[in-house]
Design a protein around this ligand. Structure first.
Ligand code: MLT
Length: 334
């Protein structure tokens, strides 16, 4: 009988803790696709600091950099099933799970940091957050911005689409990006992000594209020499939380997650502005050779826009929807 009494006392205590919102202290696991030193890392550090502060030190995070918890696309699956709490990854690796997110990986859609901020933090961004919860079971609670994805390779300077011929270029498993390279005249090699460094090192592929900051954080300068400044994709990197993990938190903890995500987003944008030029200069001093695309990138742009955009009108809410977005960014309609 004493046992039953103490058991019911323990059960009462447990119930009281739950109903009063005194959830147990928890260390949330945060997967980060890139290595240290980039915008993903900055987003993670700021998020962790503010989240801990907002929960009065009750909750904490543990960061797993460099894809230690699996490839970026695998982390979306894991978070969706509630096996992982948070992940920071490139938006192109979310698109396969929530097709409307493809609006952010459409070539030449996002043309500046201002465009990226307007799209992610305005009406379009809110719609994408809702769609991602619905389609993929993950909620975007913060955004990092890493700059344009530039093309790197180990073989030769590339300026024109003709120079691309014969190069094996790695792309993420993202249909829009695969189609973009096809429009540029080559068949790219889809490869998981976590395998890309080794793929470049072993010569399975000759090149890839990612922002300067990512090239630096991943030490790609050790295996790549030539860089072509192209502007087809401005890299946007969301912080996602498992929707089931989010929904199982108290309203206070949910608010702390959202506030920390907002603070980290603001910090990340500022960090990009301060660091991108320095990092590009550092890569040059390490021996990378940077060139611009020929003729103001015109042929790259023309081919990508004319061949890729129409294929994705339906998936992205129709041509009218894309024109509305272009208009909101102050750009010409297509
Ligand atoms: C990719 O190329 O798969 C991603 O952009 C990598 C990243 O998260 O930086």
């Amino acid at each position: 009988q004493r046992f039953i009494k103490s058991l019911s006392f323990a059960l009462c205590l447990g119930a009281a803790a739950v109903t009063s919102g005194l959830a147990q202290a928890k260390t949330f696991r945060v997967a980060v696709g890139d290595g240290a030193g980039g915008t993903q890392h900055q987003l993670a550090l700021k998020f962790s600091e503010v989240f801990k502060e907002k929960t009065g030190g009750q909750h904490d995070t543990q960061l797993f950099l460099n894809g230690q918890l699996g490839d970026e696309q695998a982390t979306v699956n894991d978070a969706s099933m509630g096996l992982l709490d948070f992940s920071i990854l490139a938006i192109n690796n979310v698109t396969p799970f929530s097709p409307s997110v493809g609006v952010l990986t459409l070539p030449y859609m996002v043309q500046s940091l201002d465009d990226a901020i307007a799209l992610t933090q305005g009406e379009v961004g809110q719609q994408l957050v809702d769609n991602t919860v619905r389609d993929a079971g993950v909620r975007i609670v913060g955004w990092a911005y890493s700059g344009f994805r530039v093309l790197t390779n180990s073989k030769q300077p590339v300026q024109s689409l003709d120079d691309l011929k014969g190069l094996k270029i790695r792309v993420p498993n993202n249909e829009i990006m695969i189609d973009t390279y096809r429009a540029w005249g080559i068949n790219p090699t889809p490869m998981a992000w976590s395998e890309t460094f080794t793929g470049l090192q072993l010569g399975v592929v000759d090149g890839q594209d990612n922002p300067y900051i990512t090239v630096y954080a991943m030490k790609f300068d050790e295996v790549q020499k030539y860089v072509t400044n192209i502007r087809y994709l401005f890299s946007i990197e969301p912080l996602i939380v498992s929707e089931s993990v989010f929904q199982s938190q108290t309203p206070e903890v949910q608010q702390a997650i959202l506030d920390a995500g907002q603070a980290a987003t603001e910090h990340g944008a500022q960090w990009l502005v301060e660091q991108e030029d320095k990092i590009r200069a550092e890569l040059t001093s390490r021996g990378m050779q940077i060139t611009d695309a020929a003729n103001g990138e015109q042929e790259w742009m023309d081919k990508a826009i004319s061949q890729v955009w129409p294929k994705y009108y339906d998936q992205l809410g129709g041509k009218e929807n894309l024109n509305k977005i272009l208009q909101s960014l102050g750009r010409d309609e297509i």
